[in-house]
Ligand binder design. Structure first.
Ligand SMILES: [Zn+2]
Ligand SMILES: [Zn+2]
Length: 237
């Protein structure tokens, strides 16, 4: 089986990131993973990318964290890094975006201030998969006037290693009731985080591209990792 974490951060893209792209790749390779999606906070959120740059330069700088990780992955046998993004649409409310391409981001600077429903539509029209990140996480910084549920998303994290059991359980109930795609992510910011290894998905076939990752998620061809144990989708629901 192959393990992938679908939610990780680096200090090259996220202001809150602790470890470099190279350190994150090494930590996950050591933990037995076959790959990670780098989902740094997007350039309109908690980003290291200066807002003073012009849009395409900001995209280049944002992509460089993924590119450094992809380069570092070459040091390890069969380790794949995928590009992703975590986009905040309100305080404490975020989506994970899989499958976005650089050219698409270059061409859509309106993403920065888009309405979340218009953004979902644009992303989906361009082949991306949209997943609610930790939808029921409750923190003091949350804007509680915004609903946890995001009907335009394709799925939601039913396990996030920094959530409480009850927060994850609420997400699981929500995904089950609405037949959404269930995912799992570590939301790891630090290569020394002991939560590395608890989250992600497990597949029988190796995933080699973002397109393949999206197909696997859409088809339900995976097991979900939660607290380091793997569950079939039948066991989850
Ligand atoms: Zn963060
Ligand atoms: Zn995150």
């Amino acid at each position: 089986m192959y393990k992938y974490d679908l939610h990780t951060h680096t200090n090259a893209g996220s202001l809150c990131g602790v470890s470099s792209p190279d350190e994150m790749v090494a930590a996950y390779a050591k933990a037995g993973y076959s790959g990670i999606v780098i989902t740094d906070h997007f350039i309109c959120g908690n980003t290291c990318v200066p807002r003073s740059l012009e849009w395409t330069k900001r995209i280049d700088a944002y992509f460089s964290a993924y590119e450094r990780a992809a380069k570092a992955a070459k040091e390890f046998k069969d380790f794949t890094v995928f590009f992703g993004a975590e986009y905040a649409y309100a305080a404490g409310h975020e989506i994970l975006i899989y499958g976005a391409e650089k050219k698409f981001l270059y061409e859509h600077p309106e993403i920065e201030n888009a309405d979340i429903f218009a953004l979902c539509e644009l992303l989906k029209k361009n082949g991306c998969l949209v997943i609610s990140a930790h939808p029921f996480r409750e923190r003091e910084y949350n804007d509680f006037s915004v609903p946890a549920e995001l009907p335009c998303a394709d799925g939601a994290e039913i396990y996030n290693s920094h959530n409480s059991d009850s927060e994850n359980q609420r997400a699981l109930n929500y995904v089950a009731e609405n037949s959404l795609i269930p995912t799992s992510g570590g939301d790891i910011h630090d290569a020394a985080d002991r939560n590395i290894g608890l989250a992600g998905i497990e597949t029988e076939k190796k995933i080699k591209s973002s397109d393949e990752l999206i197909s696997v998620l859409r088809a339900g061809n995976y097991r979900v990792l939660a607290k380091g144990k793997s569950f079939s989708l039948n066991e989850v629901f």
